[in-house]
Design a protein around this ligand. Structure first.
Ligand code: NAP
Length: 361
């Protein structure tokens, strides 16, 4: 592939600073909808809704509270400022983004399949992070604090390497958007369960979006004993009512010793303490690396899906307690992740009902 086709494929022509970076790593992007260079390689979307990544929304929510602002107003101000200064919704504190829902406004003439099949006006959700998506906001219409979604009017650009999904008709758009935001989680946990033959699975943040999807996926993939740890009482209750968890415990995963004791005691029906074959971190808050590590058996695996994960804390933490385990970074993408996540929701009515109840606004 020539240098210029690589540049357009990955959207490097939109990078303002630093020169040479790819859009995700860049500090600032050129987000003008009509760009003189490379327009024929771009998909332009009229944006209707942003789904802000949980770690990012939580950080902005706490910052607004600390500043004595109304949460919705404070989050809206921070989103507006970030997008204006960076040309993308790339939270400078958490480094995370989210994804968006909108209508196809223009399909560049040089785009190949599957983009070419899109029709102007069709609704799609993007499957690449807002941290690399050029975004212009005309208006922030409403902030839905409980679902981390924001109604907006604006324009976004997808490059030919960027994935998107059509929206199914069996769920409201906002509930679908919530599930697609974490589309990589369930399919990758299912794959891990099968590859590792994992019987015991622990999910930290087990009542959130990715947590409940991972629990359902692990159950379908043959895991026998699945325990969820959840700090939000309502989310814990709702997760416990699903047919996937063996147990859901209300606890703070940022307290490693207490958590290790609690979770290992709940690792079997008999109450015999045991560590887990697979631990999945789906929390939206930092400082849970050690709890995940302590709960994993020797040569077991931790899957850090959470964006609040620190590489240093995980690497040095595991070394410091002499645990020989595998630790995986949660790649947001795997082949067919959106289709697999939608299939899981379609085939699991209790899971689907939870998403519809929680995230339809
Ligand atoms: P979510 O729906 O907000 O769920 C997270 C859950 O964790 C919430 O119920 C939260 O409770 C709970 N929690 C927070 N701190 C906890 C603690 N110390 N102990 C136990 N539970 C705790 O979030 P999500 O959308 O599933 O996202 C989960 C994580 O994945 C986030 O970090 C997000 O940024 C990340 N993510 C990763 C990717 C990727 O590609 N790897 C993609 C999307 C999202 P509260 O509501 O009370 O805080």
């Amino acid at each position: 592939m020539s240098a210029s086709s690589l540049m357009f494929r990955y959207g490097c022509h939109r990078v303002l600073e630093p020169q040479g970076a790819l859009p995700q790593a860049a500090w600032r992007l050129d987000s003008r909808p009509e760009h003189e260079l490379g327009a024929e390689h771009e998909l332009v979307i009229a944006v209707e809704r942003l789904n802000i990544d949980a770690a990012s929304f939580r950080q902005m929510e706490h910052a607004a509270q600390a500043a004595g602002e109304d949460i919705a107003t404070g989050v809206a101000r921070r989103v507006r400022e970030t997008v204006a200064s960076r040309g993308k919704m790339h939270n400078p504190v958490t480094g995370s983004g989210g994804m968006l829902l909108g209508r196809v406004a223009r399909v560049g003439s040089q785009l190949g399949s599957p983009h070419r099949e899109l029709v102007r006006g069709e609704s799609i959700a993007t499957l690449v992070s807002l941290t690399l998506t050029p975004l212009c906001l005309d208006e922030i219409v409403a902030v839905h604090v409980d679902t981390h979604q924001i109604d907006v009017r604006g324009t976004a650009v997808l490059f030919s390497s960027g994935m998107w999904s059509r929206l199914p008709d069996f769920m409201p758009e906002s509930a679908t958007l919530s599930a697609l935001d974490v589309a990589g989680a369930g399919p990758q946990v299912a794959r891990l369960c099968r590859q590792l033959g994992a019987r015991r699975v622990l999910i930290l943040g087990g009542g959130g979006k990715s947590g409940v999807l991972c629990a359902a996926a692990a159950r379908r993939a043959g895991a026998e004993w699945i325990v969820g740890i959840e700090s939000a009482p309502r989310a814990a209750q709702e997760a416990a009512a699903l047919p996937y968890y063996s147990r859901v415990l209300s606890a703070d995963a940022a307290d490693p010793l207490a958590l290790a004791q609690l979770a290992t005691s709940a690792a079997s029906a008999s109450g015999e303490p045991a560590e887990y074959d697979l631990v999945v971190s789906c929390v939206s808050a930092p400082h849970v690396e050690l709890a995940a590590i302590l709960c994993t058996r020797e040569r077991g695996t931790v899957y850090f899906f959470s964006m609040a994960t620190s590489f240093t804390a995980a690497a040095l933490g595991a070394e410091g307690v002499s645990k020989d385990i595998d630790m995986l970074i949660g790649n947001g993408f795997c082949v067919d992740h959106a289709a697999q996540t939608l299939d899981l929701l379609r085939g699991e009515p209790p899971l689907q009902q939870l998403f519809v109840r929680r995230y339809s606004r």
